[in-house]
Design a protein around this ligand. Structure first.
Ligand code: PEP
Ligand code: MN
Length: 364
């Protein structure tokens, strides 16, 4: 997408007078009861670090029949907690109706979930409902690793005049297995930050990790990579949570996370084993992608072999091959790969492809 600047964005430190440069949002995945909310809010307030309490009221669940959130009833609980503790409150909105309800109950910040962001109709409707309001709005990345879709949603909010806008990196869906619930593909949010230096991008280590053991390390990685804050799921009794039980931290674990992200030292020094595991998990995903691409490429070569044979063309078409080699070398070099390596790699792929095509033609 063409990088027009997002003019006039207000930085998070002006969203709340007391917020430092790093925005911290914490709270349960879902609001489950007045007691649960009050308990976790009291603990989070004690840390003196959390700027907004989070709690999902409307839960976009993958599977029908799963817990869908308490809706407007939960908004009443959130409002009471705000009154009692003075903590600003935030929740997810997925429609214009959600926006109106949230505003009615004095919600101080809203975020738009990964499933909604990918729907331009819903995004436009939400943007129109927010027109003229002054609350911050955070936009999660869409499930698919598609920067344009993420940017498009952000621009819709900017276009209606909103200026307290931020992005949340919550990881991306992927078909391969990995230690992450949602793959971080760190390059994508960093690209967004680079394109829009005034857009705050915060990290959601809970939804990236999917399990509480990994959350502090992903949070620290986000901080070390220069993200502008964190949104972390914290529940008084995570194992009994009605949604995302595996990834929520206890308040005590959250306090430990804060100490950990404050610790000085590079990830290589502070948590080398976990960093290595994370990086290897990312490499495994890339290998899956390479193998997927190679097997699809080989299937296409087989189709091409049968077309060539019908047209009495020889398997080796030098002109076409030179064009392929030039194109991939050029594209590879633009991505920082050395031309010699690309040529070696593609010569090997080509050799295999010719040999598969020849074998196939012998059988015909
Ligand atoms: C959430 O924050 O609880 C949530 C549903 O997130 P996401 O939209 O990232 O899945
Ligand atoms: Mn959740």
């Amino acid at each position: 997408m063409e990088a027009k600047s997002l003019v006039g964005l207000v930085p998070p430190k002006l969203w709340r007078p007391e917020s430092s440069s790093s925005l911290l949002i914490a709270g349960p995945c879902s609001a489950e009861s007045p007691e649960q909310l009050m308990k976790v809010a009291a603990e989070l307030k004690q840390t003196n670090r959390v700027h907004y309490l989070r709690a999902g009221i409307w839960k976009p669940r993958t599977t029908p029949g799963s817990f869908q959130g308490f809706g407007v009833e939960g908004l009443g609980w959130l409002r009471d907690v705000k009154q009692e503790t003075g903590m600003p409150i935030s929740t997810e909105v997925g429609s214009e109706k959600h926006v109106y309800e949230a505003l009615k109950f004095g919600v101080d910040m809203v975020w738009i979930g990964a499933r909604t962001v990918a729907n331009p109709f819903a995004m436009q409707e939400i943007a129109e409902a927010l027109r003229g309001t002054d609350i911050p709005v955070l936009v999660k990345n869409p499930l698919s690793p598609d920067l344009d879709l993420w940017e498009g949603a952000i621009r819709r909010l900017h276009n209606v005049g909103l200026r307290k806008i931020g992005a949340i990196h919550r990881g991306f869906s992927w078909w391969g297995k990995s230690i992450f619930r949602n793959q971080p593909f760190w390059k994508l949010p960093l690209e967004l930050k680079e394109k829009y230096p005034n857009l705050p991008v915060i990290c959601d280590p809970s939804h990236i990790s999917g399990n509480r053991g990994l959350v502090p390390f992903v949070a620290k990685r986000g901080v070390d990579l220069g993200f502008d804050g964190l949104i972390v799921e914290v529940h008084p009794e995570p194992t009994k949570a009605l949604s995302d039980a595996a990834q929520q931290l206890t308040p005590e674990e959250f306090v430990n996370l804060l100490t950990f992200i404050d610790s000085i030292g590079s990830p290589e020094q502070t948590y080398p084993d976990e960093l290595l595991n994370e990086l290897r998990a990312e490499v495994d995903i890339m290998d899956d992608l390479l193998l997927w691409a190679l097997s699809n490429r080989m299937e296409l070569s087989e189709r091409i072999a049968s077309v060539k044979s019908n047209r009495n063309m020889s398997v080796l078409q030098s002109k076409r091959w030179n064009q392929v080699l030039d194109r991939v070398t050029d594209t590879g070099e633009k991505s920082g790969l050395r031309a010699g390596f690309i040529r070696k790699l593609y010569n090997a792929i080509h050799k295999e492809s010719i040999s598969v095509q020849n074998e196939l033609l012998e059988k015909i």
